[in-house]
Design a protein around this ligand. Sequence first.
Ligand SMILES: [Zn+2]
Length: 290
Amino acid sequence: MAIYQPYFYIIQDLENLKYYAGCKYSKDADPATLLIENGYLTSSTTIHQIISQYGISRFSIRKIRVFNTGDEAFEYETRFLQKVNARINPRFYNAHCNNGVLPSYGSSKYKSLMIQKYGSDNPAKVESIQEKIKQTNLARYGVNHPLASGEIQDKIRNTMIEKYGVSHAWQKPEVRAKIDVKQRNKSISKTKSDPVWKETVGKEAIEKQLRSTDQVKKGLTVSETKSSIEWKEGAGKAARNKMKETLNDPAYRAATEKTCPHCGWSGYRSTYNRWHGNNCRQKNIDSGGA
Ligand SMILES: [Zn+2]
């Protein structure tokens, strides 16, 4: 039986012992569904990616605290994140401490905050806050609008069922790698190309990632770090190798391959974008030269 039970939780990555703290107060909140298959796997895209790659068993629940209302759970979470300074704490995956981050659109917490701040519970009409909502959604869902997130999820689910007869990648381990690559690259590239993301979450994520390296401990900036020998030979090299591995992965290639409608060529998307599609010579020939 489904119950409504807002809660705060802490989970731990059993590989590196890092924590992720969060709270759940949407209408399907139920601690029993935390960290189970087809259940709630946090709102963090980082955690989602780790789980889709390594499985749920990589994480363990360390704490669950239930609350009567979503607002209380959210406030408790905010106090906790700020107390441990989770955003810059290397022992936490959390990318923010709820500072300036809005509660979910439409929640009672959100409405009361809007009335308190703007005198209206419909801030979608207040321009200055539209940008803030956008940023919050980018941080939470990786897309500008929560609806888009649902749409994307539906699309992915339908594709999964159509292709593999299951709705979730991890239900069928043998196709996991294939799905992960396609799904991940689709959402990551969409998110990463958004200028707002670049200036906010992306910037923060890169800084957070680099903060744990020795170079940053030495007081170097991100760009100084990236041009240092240690970076190039260490973490940078590892990242490049990982990228190479991905690019050579047949599943990735199959998932990202594009076919030119003008000349029939098919291959890497980067090559396609540069030389085919709208840039295809055949297209220019067909249309009488350009
Ligand atoms: Zn072409």
